[in-house]
Structure formats: C-alpha cells, structure tokens
Design a binder for this molecule. Structure first.
Ligand SMILES: [Zn+2]
Length: 289
C-alpha cells in the first residue's frame, strides 16, 4: 500500500503527522460516522403504503414518532405501527425523534386506489332503514364497538401477521361504494367471506377479546379482538359466538361460526381491521404475510 498517495485523498490533518496511528484512528472515526449517519437516515418500514394499508417499524427505545405532526405510540421495545384510511392523501410525513437528539424525516407516498361500486339486494328492509325504536339500542351498540376499538395496549400480536378467518369465497371488498336495496350508502369497510351457516371462524391473530355479543341489530353475532397498539379485528354476522370478553386467544382459535344475522343478504363473515378509528383493508394485511 502506498500511504502517501492514499493520504492525499484524506483531510490534510490526518497525514500531517504522517503517523500510522493517527491515520488508523481517523479511519475508525470515519467508519463509525458512516455507520451512524446510515442508521439516522433509514428506519425500515414494513407493510403497504396504500389507502387502507398498514406500516410498521422499530426505532431506538425512547424515540418519538410523529405521523403528519401527531405523535403515535412507540412500545417499550421501540415498535410502532400506523395505518391509512380509504381516503388518505397521496403523501404523509413521518418524523422520528431519537433520544440522542437526532432527527429523521421520511415522506411516504401513499398509493391512491380506485374502489368499485357494489350493489347489495335482498337485505331485510328494517336493517337498511332502521325503525326509530331501534335508535337507543343502536347507540348503545355502536358505543360498545367504539369502546372496544379505543383500547391501546403494548401487545404486539399484529407483528406476526393476520390470516384469513374462514374458508370461503370473497363476496365483498373494502372500500367499495355500497348501494343497499337500491339506496346509496357509505363505503363498505370489511372483507366479506361467504360460506355455509356453521362454517368455523378463527382468530386472524392473537389478542384479547374486547367485545363478544350474540345479536347486535346490524352486525348479528359480533367479536372484536384487540391485537395490541390499537390494531383490532372485528368479525360479524356470526351465527354463534364461542368466546367471552376478556379472554386471551391465539391466532387460529375458533371464535364462532358463519351466519346471516343482522344486515346480511346471505351467510358470510364480515371481517374488519382498525388502527384505532382508522379503517384498514384486511386483504392488504393477509397478502403481505
Ligand atoms: Zn360486509
């Protein structure tokens, strides 16, 4: 090796003493700095950056993570997760503020999707235009659903991925604009899986059962599983519900069976995934496993 020529390529101070020791020290410092800057610029995100998609990653313990200026949960091991709604904008801003004072900023490009129009006929008319006497009960039921989805624990069952909860044909999709018995309604946020009444339904991921009820007005039999960090699975139109609130279950635990209860035109399970109040597309989550 020709040290002098190599030295010409480095800062003068490294070579001024022409000392090997200084040179080696300089190299170590340079490499350490290169390693440091690399870790600052690249927090790896996993998942799908799309409307209805979920992204997650891991940062140094004690970091703060902000999505579009709002802090999101960072777990005791540095895990974080977030998701995008059906109508999310094309860009999002992610800022990671580390305990060592360093700052990372990422612009996320969110794939904009096109959603179909879906006509659903043959629904019980009462469930499409609920009678006024249903209002009080409906309010109680939606309150329980909101409460179950508001839980935000340190559990990380969502990290293992989510799996399809039942065997059967996909019969309804996330995001589609719905026309129910000829009446335009808000978009559909579930993935529908059709199968005969009595087909087993399994937990898409492990977690704690936050809601288990046999007969809601529009949902029929309903179960909400908390997978941690505000990620929940909601499954409904169930014929039977085999789990209880507070129960800890594993991925694949049988939670009940397919039915046609509530506002359903035929036997199926409607599976929804939320990040808190943000509705995600279950199809994206099973595909990225
Ligand atoms: Zn549905």
């Amino acid at each position: 090796m020709k040290w002098p020529s190599l030295c010409q390529n480095f800062a003068v101070f490294l070579c001024s003493g022409a000392s090997m020791k200084i040179f080696v020290t300089g190299m170590v410092l340079l490499l350490a700095f290169a390693g440091f800057t690399q870790s600052v610029t690249a927090t790896e995100l996993k998942g799908t950056a799309a409307q209805g998609g979920m992204l997650w990653g891991r940062v140094a313990v004690g970091s703060r993570v902000l999505l579009d200026g709002k802090p999101i949960k960072v777990g005791p091991n540095g895990n974080f997760v977030f998701g995008f709604s059906r109508d999310a904008a094309a860009r999002a801003n992610l800022v990671i503020n580390r305990p060592d004072g360093s700052l990372e900023e990422q612009t996320l490009n969110i794939t904009q999707r096109k959603f179909d129009i879906e006509h659903v006929e043959g629904l019980p008319p009462k469930t499409v235009t609920p009678p006024p006497e249903w209002a009080a009960r409906r309010k109680r039921e939606t309150g329980r659903v909101r409460g179950a989805r508001a839980v935000n624990t340190d559990e990380t069952f969502w990290l293992a991925g989510l799996q399809k909860p039942a065997e059967g044909r996909f019969s309804g999709f996330y995001g589609s604009q719905r026309i129910l018995n000829g009446k335009p309604r808000s978009p559909h946020y579930g993935l529908d899986i059709a199968g005969p009444v009595g087909t087993p339904i399994y937990a898409p991921a492990g977690g704690t059962v936050r809601l288990a009820a046999p007969d809601f007005l529009l949902e029929g039999g309903i179960v909400i599983i908390d997978h941690g960090f505000g990620i929940t699975s909601t499954l409904f139109h169930m014929n039977s519900v085999d789990v209880k609130e507070g129960e800890n279950i594993r991925q694949g635990t049988k939670i009940g069976t397919i039915g046609a209860k509530g506002r359903a035109s035929g036997p199926h399970v409607d599976w929804r995934v939320n990040w808190g109040g943000v509705r995600l597309d279950p199809m994206l989550l099973i595909r990225q496993k």
